[in-house]
Design a protein around this ligand. Structure first.
Ligand SMILES: [Zn+2]
Length: 444
C-alpha cells in the first residue's frame, strides 16, 4: 500500500509510522472534542440565522469508524479503520484493542474538588433533617470548623486512607485527571499535609492530580475577627509551599461569609509574583466582585457563579476564564438561583462542570451524576456537560495537552459501552465504563 494522508490536515503519513505504535485502538466511535474534527460548541449554540459556517461543526467532534495510534504515552495518530487495517499484522494481539463500535473519549477531568479532608458530616446532615438549624450545628462545633478540626487531627496516613476512597470512586467512572484543593487546614502544617496527600494520591493511582492552594477558604477560629491578619499568614505560607513543589494554582473563597475581593487580591498578588495561575470561588451566594477580580488576573477559572452578572461575564470572556459550574452544591443547598447560562453562551465563555466534592455542600463523588445534574438543573446540553468534563475542564486547570483526542495530546482515554455520548449525561447510577488508558497504559 502507498502512503496515506491524514484525513484532516492532509499531511503524509508513511507506513513506518503506522507500524510503530505501542498500542492501537480500532473500530471506534470517537468523541474527540477537537476543533480539527469539527467540535465547535459555540456555533452549536448559535441560532439558525447565523451564517452557514456552522454547518461544518460536528457535535462532540465525532469521528466514526476510527482508529487511534498511541506511542510513548501520547496520541500519535488519529485516522480511519481502513487506513490502519493493512498494517495490523505488524502488531501483537495484546497491542490491538478492537472496541467493536463503542465510544472512545478523552479521560474525564474533575476540575474542582476538595476530596482530601478528615472526618465525616453525615451526623450534621441527619441532625438538620431532624430539625436542627445551621446555627444549632455551628454552636455545637459543626460545619466547616468540624472538618478543619478532624483534618488537623488526622495524620498523613489517615488522611490518605479516607481521601483515597473518594478518589477511587471518581477513577471508577473514568476520571483520569483531578484537581484537589487544600483549605481544611488553615494553618501551614495542615495545608501542607493536605497538599502532600493530594500529590501522593495521584502517584499511587497513576492519575494526574493538579493541586490548588486554598488557605483563603475560611477564617480559622484562632483568627476570629482578625481576617486581615489571617490573610497575611496565607500570603506568607504560599511561597513556602510553592517552594516545596506542592502548589499548581491558587484559589480563594470570595464571598460575604468568607473573604473580600480586597483580601483575595493580596493573595493573588503573591500568586502572580510566583507565576502561579489563580481561580476563585465566586458569586455562589452574592456578588462582591469575585469574577471581575479573577478575570483581572487572567485567572484559569471562576467557579459556582449563580449570582454572576453579564458585565463580569464579558470580563471573563476577555480573559479566557472558564466558568466552572457546580450543580452538586446547587442541589445539596436546594438553591434556586440558576447560573446565567444563556449569557455565558452568548459571550462564548467555556463552561466546565465538576463535582465540587466536599463534606459540607457537595458530598458527591460521581462526575457522571454531576453531568446529569448540569443538564437537569442548569439546562446544559449533553455536549456542553461532556465538554465541561473534558476539554473545558482541562482549560480550567491549565492542562494544555489533556481533554481532547488529537495528535500530540496525552493518551488519557476512556472506552464507554454506550450507544451515543448523551448516554453519559442521561443515565443516573449506571457506569458503562469498558476501559481506561492513562498516559498510554491500559488501567487494569
Ligand atoms: Zn469548592
Amino acid at each position: 500500500m502507498t502512503n496515506t494522508t491524514n484525513p484532516t490536515d492532509q499531511t503524509p503519513i508513511n507506513n513506518s509510522t503506522l507500524t510503530s505504535f505501542d498500542h492501537i485502538i480500532i473500530n471506534a466511535n470517537l468523541a474527540t472534542f477537537s476543533a480539527l474534527y469539527g467540535f465547535d460548541i459555540y456555533s452549536a449554540n448559535q441560532s439558525s440565522d447565523q451564517n452557514n459556517n456552522q454547518n461544518e461543526s460536528t457535535p462532540y467532534g465525532q469521528l466514526g469508524n476510527a482508529a487511534i495510534g498511541i506511542k510513548d504515552g501520547k496520541i500519535a495518530w488519529v485516522g480511519t479503520h481502513e487506513q490502519i487495517k493493512p498494517h495490523l499484522t505488524h502488531y501483537k494481539s495484546d497491542q490491538i484493542k478492537d472496541v467493536d463500535g463503542n465510544w472512545v473519549m478523552p479521560g474525564l477531568i474533575d476540575c474542582h474538588t476538595h476530596i482530601v479532608y478528615g472526618g465525616n458530616r453525615s451526623n450534621e446532615f441527619e441532625a438538620r433533617l431532624q430539625g436542627a438549624s445551621y446555627q444549632d450545628i455551628a454552636a455545637q462545633g459543626g460545619g466547616i470548623v468540624s472538618t478543619v478540626s478532624a483534618t488537623r487531627a488526622s495524620n498523613e496516613e489517615e488522611l490518605f486512607a479516607q481521601s483515597e476512597k473518594r478518589l477511587l470512586a471518581l477513577i471508577k467512572e473514568g476520571v483520569t485527571s483531578v484537581e484537589i484543593k487544600s483549605g481544611y487546614g488553615l494553618d501551614l502544617e495542615t495545608e501542607r499535609k493536605m497538599l502532600k496527600v493530594a500529590r501522593a494520591l495521584g502517584d499511587k493511582h497513576n492519575i494526574h492530580v493538579s493541586t490548588t492552594y486554598l488557605a483563603a477558604h475560611a477564617l480559622p477560629p484562632e483568627y476570629k475577627d482578625r481576617a486581615d491578619d489571617y490573610i497575611e499568614q496565607v500570603c506568607q505560607w504560599l511561597p513556602i509551599l510553592h517552594s516545596e513543589g506542592l502548589v499548581d494554582a491558587v484559589d480563594g473563597f470570595c464571598e460575604n461569609i468568607a473573604f473580600t475581593a480586597e483580601q483575595i487580591k493580596r493573595v493573588f498578588e503573591v500568586a502572580r509574583s510566583l507565576d502561579l495561575p489563580v481561580k476563585l470561588h465566586s458569586e455562589q451566594l452574592s456578588n462582591i466582585g469575585a469574577s471581575a477580580l479573577v478575570a483581572a488576573y487572567q485567572g484559569l477559572s471562576s467557579d459556582h457563579l449563580e449570582h454572576l452578572v453579564e458585565n463580569d461575564i464579558k470580563k471573563m470572556a476577555a480573559s479566557n476564564t472558564v466558568a466552572v459550574l457546580l450543580p452538586g452544591a446547587f442541589y445539596t443547598l436546594r438553591d434556586i438561583k440558576l447560573p446565567p447560562i444563556e449569557e455565558l453562551r452568548k459571550h462564548q465563555v467555556p463552561i466546565a462542570v465538576s463535582t465540587d466534592c466536599n463534606p459540607g455542600t457537595s458530598p458527591l463523588t460521581s462526575l457522571l451524576l454531576a453531568m446529569n445534574m448540569g443538564c437537569t438543573l442548569f439546562y446544559l446540553t449533553p455536549e456542553e456537560v461532556l465538554a465541561g468534563a473534558t476539554v473545558h475542564a482541562a482549560q480550567a486547570l491549565g492542562l494544555a495537552k489533556k481533554g481532547k483526542i488529537e495528535v500530540g495530546y496525552d493518551a488519557d482515554l476512556v472506552l464507554w459501552d454506550i450507544a451515543r455520548p448523551a448516554d453519559l449525561a442521561y443515565q443516573m447510577g449506571l457506569n458503562p465504563i469498558a476501559g481506561v488508558m492513562v498516559q498510554g497504559q491500559w488501567h487494569t
